[in-house]
Design a protein. Structure first.
Length: 271
């Protein structure tokens, strides 16, 4: 039995990628990108660390790309893109500082905010996704998912000044398009109406236009669903159709408060 398992595994992948290697590389890259550990005050040291991170990336890419020249091209392209990505992420960071009253400093956000970590890793993974590099972008975003509970597909398109507050339980699907200055709270799902494999190449997830706020546990589904500019989607809303710009969409629920003495027996809720 063990031999047949071994043979099938060898047929599947002659050089399987090391998941942990990718995860460690992401952490190292983010620490270098923002000088989180404050080791890089010396520019020469900073440069040497960059070269080391690039070599580690090339080793990772060699596991999923047979063409050695293409490994170098993709690695160089990624590092050439980092200055622009860093600029976009700094704006994301400023957005959190400006809108979250609990955020006391940039250092606090960089070290302790799961939303910013998820956004950073997504923007890194999205470069690899656009380069059509297999496996690596999904490993990166699933690493974030396991650490934060935030599930952003690397193929999603997300604009600048993106703000995730709290973040736990957020799901953003592959073909989602999100504009600039969008704020999303915990439990939000930007998902598909259909999970059919036949629709894999179609736009299955919603479009969120500029300046939209989506509050906790809202669910927005469908590739034809567009949330118009400057709209606010309230908590627990379920949407499968578009709404125009400047809309306020909310779910109305009714809560009753009664005295416990009105019930003959105590109500026991087990969680």
């Amino acid at each position: 039995m063990s031999y047949s398992i071994y043979i099938r595994n060898q047929e599947r992948a002659k050089s399987p990628i090391n998941k942990r290697q990718v995860e460690k590389w992401v952490d190292e890259l983010i620490n270098w990108l923002f000088d989180i550990s404050q080791e890089y005050s010396n520019y020469r040291f900073f440069q040497n660390k960059e070269k080391l991170i690039q070599l580690k990336l090339q080793d990772i890419l060699a596991k999923v790309t047979d063409d050695t020249n293409q490994v170098l091209v993709n690695s160089n392209y990624f590092f050439d893109s980092l200055e622009q990505i860093h600029f976009v992420l700094i704006n994301d960071l400023e957005t959190i500082i400006n809108f979250d009253p609990a955020a006391k400093s940039k250092e606090e956000v960089l070290i302790a905010y799961p939303g910013f970590f998820a956004i950073t890793a997504y923007r890194i993974a999205n470069i690899f996704w656009k380069l059509d590099i297999p496996i690596v972008p999904r490993i990166i975003t699933e690493y974030v998912h396991s650490r934060t509970g935030i599930d952003i597909h690397p193929g999603a398109e997300i604009g600048e000044n993106f703000f995730i507050d709290h973040g736990t339980g957020i799901v953003i699907g592959e073909t989602t398009k999100i504009g600039n200055n969008v704020k999303i709270y915990q439990g939000v799902t930007l998902g598909a109406l259909s999970v059919s494999k036949d629709n894999a190449s179609a736009k299955r997830h919603p479009t969120i236009e500029n300046n939209v706020t989506i509050y906790a546990n809202a669910t927005i589904l469908g590739g034809n669903t567009t949330i118009g500019v400057s709209s606010v989607i309230g908590g627990n809303v379920w949407l499968t159709h578009s709404v125009p710009e400047n809309s306020l969409v909310y779910h109305k629920s009714e809560i009753e408060i009664k005295k416990k003495s009105e019930f003959p027996e105590a109500l026991n809720y087990v969680i």
